[in-house]
Write a protein that binds this ligand. Sequence first.
Ligand SMILES: Cc1cc2nc3c(=O)[nH]c(=O)nc-3n(C[C@H](O)[C@H](O)[C@H](O)COP(=O)(O)OP(=O)(O)OC[C@H]3O[C@@H](n4cnc5c(N)ncnc54)[C@H](O)[C@@H]3O)c2cc1C
Length: 116
Amino acid sequence: MMDLNESFEYPDLVIVGAGLFGLTVAQQAVEHAGARVHIIDVRDHIGGNAYSYMDEETGAEIHKYGAHLFHTSNKRVWDYVNRFTSFTNYVHRVYATHDGEVYPLPINLGTINQFF
Ligand SMILES: Cc1cc2nc3c(=O)[nH]c(=O)nc-3n(C[C@H](O)[C@H](O)[C@H](O)COP(=O)(O)OP(=O)(O)OC[C@H]3O[C@@H](n4cnc5c(N)ncnc54)[C@H](O)[C@@H]3O)c2cc1C
């Protein structure tokens, strides 16, 4: 009879879900505690709902579960996530047209000055 303790290295931590939460907990446990971590996910990729991949035919980045934008004003967070991935530079600007003129939204001082 096989002794499981001899042939199997038990992890210190089992994490279910390889989304941003599970991956962050796993990474921190390894980096700060030297833990042996085992991650289980029903999907065949990491990243959870924030997962994206490059479409080989078009070269477009596909967000499989819906578009994701990363927001932070915290430099520590920004430096941390950039250790593991790179980001597409995306700028979101909203405009409205009125009487053939283009105005920036949401309304700001520039919009009011331009309008009057
Ligand atoms: C359409 C959409 C757009 C979004 N846009 C943004 C955005 O622009 N900016 C933003 O900050 N956030 C956005 N979010 C929210 C963001 O996706 C979540 O906050 C983030 O992904 C949560 O990470 P998580 O690890 O907690 O969970 P999830 O990403 O859901 O990961 C959980 C993982 O656990 C796995 N799992 C679950 N149950 C089991 C099980 N029983 N056994 C094995 N595996 C299991 C799943 O397969 C999944 O991979 C958006 C969400 C959606 C759905």
